[in-house]
Design a protein. Sequence first.
Length: 255
Amino acid sequence: MQLIENPELEDLKRIMWEEGKHIPVRNVSYRYVLVIGCSKDGGHRAEFANWTFSYFCYMQTGRVSEWSMENPPIGGHIVPVLPDGRVLMIVEKRPPLSRFRRGSVLHRAGGDILLDDLDSPEFPGGGIKPGERVTAGLIRELCEESGATGKCTIYRITPPTPPFCSDMAVANYYAVAFLQENVLDGYIEHDGGLRVLTLTEDEVEANIDGGVLVSSHAVLTPWYLYQRVKRARSDPGFRERLERNGYLVVEETTL
């Protein structure tokens, strides 16, 4: 198959370049739109409708018809903690990770799990809908992907984290949910089928060390923030500092 290098270049010839302008150019897959950022500091140069200029190029989830500079897409992940201290994870299908994951067996006391090339154990999460509160969106994703129910305490990190800031306009929010009940499903039918499993903290650490849990935005970042939340729960001075700085918000809710 012959690939067309830089297909956006023909699109740019129809666009008026304007410093600081961000322009959605084309849909590049089922969920992404290619965006051009007009800037004299851009790392690329091309012919636009009004001259040859420099520009940046990045992607954003959505479609050209839905694109908005004022409302960039946001998502998030949540670390659910059961009453006995185990954490809840799901197994998603992530084709690119098969090229990087070093381990294919998820080790845990309840029985090792052999992962296929597409499997990616992660904390529950997904996109937050326009107009939806961040906490509400994270709770919705948790319920949809695990079947968890009951009362819980949510520790939400307020600043968003842009995981791919050089190439993609998206920001993730993170939270930790301390559940008061052990109610959850073992398998969720939607999204191609999601396995639900639980691991101890030591098992999470061991599987990170073994190269089985490798997703930066769906495992490693939320796991780091979970450690900060744990410290805040045991260190009143640390928690007071995080809340005073607007970094941490604690909410009681029911799933």
